[in-house]
Design a protein around this ligand. Structure first.
Ligand SMILES: Cc1cc2nc3c(=O)[nH]c(=O)nc-3n(C[C@H](O)[C@H](O)[C@H](O)COP(=O)(O)OP(=O)(O)OC[C@H]3O[C@@H](n4cnc5c(N)ncnc54)[C@H](O)[C@@H]3O)c2cc1C
Length: 407
C-alpha cells in the first residue's frame, strides 16, 4: 500500500504528534477535531515533559519548530519536592525514584525534565498543519471494512481513509466502538487548578517550586497543594521571531500553577455545584479547603488570577487487552488515560503518536502490512502505557487517597 491515507480523530497533543510525524514522512493525513477552534476551552497550563515527549519533539518537529520548542522549555532540576503544610521543605525526591522503567530511553545521556506551557506546545504542534486539521468535526461513529474506514461526523459529513486513529481523549468515541470493554473509572479525586503570575507568586512560594519539576504539600487527609512553574527562557513571541518568523505564537508571561485536590468528600459538591462555579468561586473553594493549614498555603491560592481557575475531575483507565487490530487503532488518553500524579499522560500520548507515525511509515514504504504494523504498535503501546497507568494509580493511592484500580 503506497498511498496510505490516515484519519486522526482528536487534535490533542497525541493526535498532533502523530500528524506531525506523518507529515514529516510526506504521508497523507487529516485530523478531525470536535472543538470549534484550539481556544474554546481551558486545557491546562503547565506540563511536565520527560524523555518521552522530549524524544518525540526531536523526532517529529522540523528544525525551526524544534528550536522554538527548546527556546520555550524550562529545563528543571530532576526533583519532586515534598513540602510540609507550612510550606517548609520535607524532602526532595529524585525523579528516577518514581519513574525509571517505562520511560522511553533518552538518546543523549541522562533523562531530562522540562516544564512547558501547554498552549505554546499545542501551537508549535499545530504549525504547518493548515488544511490538515479540521475543526468543528465531532466523530459520531465509524464504519470499517476491508477496503478502508469511513468516519461519520455529527454535522452529517463523512471522511474516508485506509486507517483511522482514535486520539480523542478519555471519553473517546473511537474507543467506544473499537474496544467497548475498555473502561475508565472515577479516581475518587476532585481538584481545582489555577494560575498565578510569576511576579505575584515568586515572593510567596518556596524556591524549589521555581526550579524543580513539581512541589507538593499534603495533609493527614491527603488533601494536597501542588505548585509548578513555567519560566520561559525566551518568551514565546521572541522564540518564534528568532527561529520561525512565519509562525504565529501567542505571547505569554512566566507563571506558577497551583492545584488543590483531595477526595471528593473534601469538596462539597451538591448536585454538581462545582461544575457551574466561576473561576473566582473555585479559587475561594480551593483556598477554603486549605483553611486548616498555616495561612501561607491559602495565600498562594488567593493570589491566583480568578478567571484562570477551573475544575478537574480525575478518572483513570483500567488496564486491559485489545482485540487484534484491523484498520482502527487508538493512542493517548483514548486508551490509557491516567491520573496526573506523575505528570506523564501527555508524554505517553506524544510517544504513542511518534511510534505510530514510524509504524505507518513502514506500511507506506511497503515494508509491513497495516495489520503487522498496528499489531506491533499496539503491543508496545499497551505495555508501556498501562505500566504508567498502574504506576500513576499507585502513587495516587499513596499521595492523595485515589481509589485503587479495580482488580
Ligand atoms: C490537571 C492535569 C495536569 C496534567 N499534567 C500533566 C503533565 O504535567 N504532564 C503530562 O505528561 N501529562 C499531564 N496531564 C495529562 C495530559 O493532559 C493528558 O494525558 C494529555 O492531554 C492526553 O493527550 P491526548 O492527545 O491523548 O488527549 P487530549 O489532550 O484529551 O485530546 C483529545 C482531543 O480529542 C478531541 N475529541 C474528543 N472527542 C472527540 C470526537 N468525538 N470527535 C472529534 N474530536 C474529539 C478533544 O476535543 C481533544 O482536543 C495532566 C492532566 C491533568 C488533568
Amino acid at each position: 500500500m503506497s498511498e496510505l491515507k490516515v484519519l486522526i480523530v482528536g487534535a490533542g497533543l497525541g493526535g498532533l504528534s502523530l500528524a506531525q510525524g506523518l507529515r514529516a514522512r510526506g504521508m497523507s493525513v487529516a485530523v478531525f477535531e470536535r472543538d470549534a477552534s484550539p481556544w474554546v476551552r481551558p486545557q491546562g497550563y503547565r506540563l511536565h515533559l520527560d524523555a518521552d515527549a522530549l524524544n518525540a519533539a526531536r523526532e517529529i518537529l522540523p528544525a525551526d519548530l524544534h528550536a522554538v520548542f527548546e527556546a520555550t522549555a524550562q529545563y528543571t532540576e530532576p526533583f519532586t519536592t515534598i513540602l510540609r503544610t507550612d510550606l517548609s521543605v520535607a524532602k526532595r525526591l529524585p525523579t528516577l525514584d518514581e519513574h525509571g522503567e517505562g520511560v522511553w530511553p533518552h538518546d543523549d545521556g541522562p533523562a531530562a525534565h522540562a516544564n512547558v506551557d501547554r498552549a505554546t506546545l499545542r501551537q508549535i504542534l499545530l504549525t504547518g498543519l493548515d488544511g490538515i486539521v479540521h475543526y468543528g468535526k465531532k466523530l459520531d461513529r465509524y464504519e470499517s471494512t476491508p477496503e478502508g474506514v469511513t468516519a461519520h461526523f455529527a454535522d452529517g459529513s463523512t471522511a474516508h481513509g485506509d486507517v483511522l486513529v482514535g486520539a480523542d481523549g478519555i471519553r473517546s468515541a473511537v474507543r467506544a466502538q473499537r474496544a467497548p470493554h475498555c473502561d475508565t473509572v472515577d479516581a475518587g479525586i476532585t481538584a481545582i487548578y489555577g494560575r498565578i503570575p510569576m511576579a505575584t507568586a515568586e515572593p510567596l512560594v518556596p524556591a524549589e517550586a521555581l526550579t524543580d519539576i513539581f512541589t507538593v504539600a499534603t495533609d493527614e487527609r491527603k488533601v494536597f497543594l501542588g505548585l509548578g512553574s513555567v519560566r520561559f527562557p525566551s518568551s514565546p513571541a521572541e522564540a518564534a521571531a528568532r527561529f520561525a518568523p512565519n509562525m504565529s505564537l501567542r505571547d505569554q508571561d512566566d507563571y506558577v500553577v497551583c492545584i488543590v485536590g483531595g477526595r471528593h468528600e473534601y469538596f462539597p459538591d451538591d448536585e454538581g455545584r462545582l461544575r457551574t462555579c466561576s473561576g473566582a468561586e473555585l479559587r475561594r473553594t480551593a483556598a477554603e479547603t486549605l483553611q486548616r493549614w498555616p495561612s501561607a498555603a491559602s495565600d498562594i491560592v488567593r493570589s491566583g488570577d480568578p478567571s484562570a481557575f477551573f475544575l478537574v475531575e480525575m478518572y483513570t483507565s483500567v488496564p486491559t487487552a485489545l482485540d487484534a487490530p484491523t484498520n482502527v487503532t487508538l493512542l493517548g488518553d483514548a486508551v490509557h488515560a491516567m491520573t496526573p500524579t506523575l505528570g506523564r499522560g501527555a508524554n505517553v500520548a506524544m510517544r504513542d503518536g511518534t511510534l505510530l507515525a514510524r509504524a505507518l511509515g513502514e506500511v507506506s514504504a511497503g515494508r509491513a502490512t497495516l495489520g503487522e504494523a498496528l499489531t506491533v504498535y499496539e503491543r508496545d503501546m499497551l505495555a508501556y502505557g498501562f505500566a504508567v497507568v498502574r504506576e500513576a494509580a499507585q502513587t495516587g493511592v499513596r499521595r492523595m487517597a485515589q481509589n485503587p484500580l479495580p482488580e
